[in-house]
Design a protein around this ligand. Structure first.
Ligand SMILES: *Cc1c(COP(=O)(O)O)cnc(C)c1O
Length: 514
């Protein structure tokens, strides 16, 4: 018989034909089973070893055997990735996924729809529009008639699915910019007028990216200080608006944050919306993190006023418990995004329903399918349970920190994120008898906490992240906080206690070097 293993035909058959009994799939399944059987965040590592493991740049001439490929994954890659699904990982917004996701992912990959245009997606286009409408209703609670009119109307855009919150924020600000400077989309900024965007000091760094990309300039982000609860100060916001007006700067948008990345706080959206209305300013709410809080009737009031926003960003890959690569920007008015519409001859024609007309991205995966799967398989009720569990566990942990002498709670758990820090023994046991210089003391504690976090991460058993925020409590001095994010519903107070224990042990080794 003719040997065909290396022939083109065999390659095409073996690599593209869908097989019923898929041994490769079984091997991958084994790999996954061993990965998720661990509780630890990752194996101990150092970056040099990881760099050396992947330091060869040539594309393999023949290609690995499946066994060789799997072996490389098992030995060099997977053990050193971050196991974001373990309940010992309590420091980031990236977290565990419901266990139906891998099957849904396999469907998304197999269908490989390109939702940029109807010709490569057909029903998927309408399925995506339905997902957007569900999110829109969650945020804006419009009437049946409204949704009936706009859900599949070619000229209406209730929202745009993006790869994440960053692109969603950019899309929203692009609409805001075009509202203020209608010529900019086509002719650029040739007026010399300055356009500013206002947000609190806890605004996400994607806003700076947006300002740069949109030609407004990242320095034109006007930062308003936050209060003791890490919410934008309305009195200072009013002053900032007045100041911009006096300087004849054009206010492109005001941005409220519903769930700050740093500590989960929520801006006073209602008051901000009122100010935006008074001054006729475009109001955007960045609810990338906190948006899904609306799924819980119990905690929904925290976001009061969000329904007045001209646009809202929400991330699917955060609190909707969906895989990486899903953001959405929603528009109160279905024609707001007309100003960013583009056409081309072969796709996204003016009269088509192509989703690519108004999105920054071109070819785009059918990731809205995950939103559909999440909403339809979990329903509002189970999502509410997840949201409530996260907030309540975080509050339980924060209360626990308050009982500890060697730790300090830095921010309250308004939602499911809070900051705290470890205090060196010399400070909490008052060996330095009188602390004369608080600034100096805090600088010392900052270094101490950063060191703890770094060591904890490298050990790989448990994980919390760290961030630096200017706290009202310390006269706006920048304080390093250990950051807890509770999204994974399997995280309990016991996991947090284990992390605290580890930090205590690390603290005693670091203390001697302070
Ligand atoms: C995560 C986040 C973003 C950015 O979203 P990506 O999906 O990472 O691009 C923007 N704003 C807030 C408040 C966020 O938490």
């Amino acid at each position: 018989m003719k040997k065909t293993t290396n022939s083109k035909d065999a390659f095409i058959k073996n690599s593209f034909e869908i097989k019923k009994a898929h041994t490769f799939a079984e091997k991958i399944q084994q790999l996954i089973a061993s990965y998720v059987s661990k509780q630890q965040v990752s194996e101990q590592y150092n970056t040099q070893v990881l760099a050396d493991a992947f330091a060869f740049q040539s594309i393999p001439e023949i290609g690995y055997s499946e066994e060789e490929f799997i072996e490389e994954l098992a030995k060099k890659l997977l053990p050193y990735t971050t196991y974001v699904g373990t309940p010992n990982f309590i420091g980031h917004m990236t977290t565990a996924l419901p266990n139906f996701i891998p099957e849904v992912a396999s469907l998304v990959a197999t269908l490989n729809q390109n939702v940029v245009k109807i010709e490569t997606s057909q029903a998927a286009t309408f399925y995506e529009r339905q997902a957007i409408a569900m999110l829109h209703e969650l945020m804006y609670e419009n009437t049946e008639t409204f949704y009936h009119e706009h859900i599949h109307n070619i000229d209406s855009t209730l929202g745009i699915v993006t790869s994440g919150g960053t692109i969603a924020n950019i899309s929203a600000l692009q609409c805001a910019r075009n509202r203020m400077f209608p010529h900019m989309e086509k002719t650029g900024n040739n007026t010399g007028k300055i356009g500013v965007v206002i947000c609190s000091e806890l605004g996400h760094y994607s806003l700076k990216k947006a300002m740069g990309i949109l030609g407004l300039g990242s320095d034109q982000l006007v930062i308003v200080p936050t209060d003791a609860h890490n919410k934008i100060r309305i009195d200072l916001l009013e002053k900032a608006i007045q100041n911009c007006q006096e300087l004849e700067q054009h206010i492109v948008a005001l941005i409220g944050i519903a769930g700050t990345t740093e500590c989960g706080s929520i801006d006073p959206l209602e008051a901000m919306a009122a100010l935006a209305a008074t001054h006729d300013i475009y109001f955007h709410v960045d609810a990338a993190w906190g948006g899904p809080t609306l799924l819980s009737d119990k905690y929904k009031p925290l976001l009061k006023g969000i329904e007045k926003a001209d646009s809202i960003t929400i991330d699917g890959h955060k609190q909707l418990y969906l895989p990486m690569g899903i953001g959405v920007v929603l528009f109160k008015n279905p024609t707001t995004s007309e100003s960013i519409e583009k056409e081309s001859e072969y796709i996204i024609r003016k009269t088509s329903i192509d989703l690519g007309k108004r999105s920054i991205e071109g070819s785009r995966p059918f990731h809205s399918f995950y939103v559909q799967a999440g909403f339809k398989l979990l329903g509002k009720q189970k999502y509410a349970w997840l949201i409530e569990k996260g907030i309540e566990t975080a509050r339980e942990m924060a209360t626990y920190v308050e009982t500890l002498q060697d730790f300090e709670l830095l921010t309250a758990a308004e939602t499911n994120i809070f900051l705290y820090r470890c205090l060196p023994k010399s400070i909490h046991s008052n060996e330095d008898s009188i602390i004369t210089d608080i600034t100096k003391m805090n600088n010392k504690i900052n270094v101490f906490n950063k060191a703890i976090q770094q060591k904890q991460m490298k050990q790989g058993n448990t994980f919390v992240s760290y961030t630096t925020v200017a706290l009202e409590k310390y006269n706006k001095q920048k304080i390093v906080g250990l950051r807890v994010v509770v999204a994974n519903p399997l995280i309990t107070l016991a996991h947090f206690k284990k992390s605290i224990e580890e930090q205590r042990t690390l603290a005693s080794t670091i203390e001697s070097n302070l």
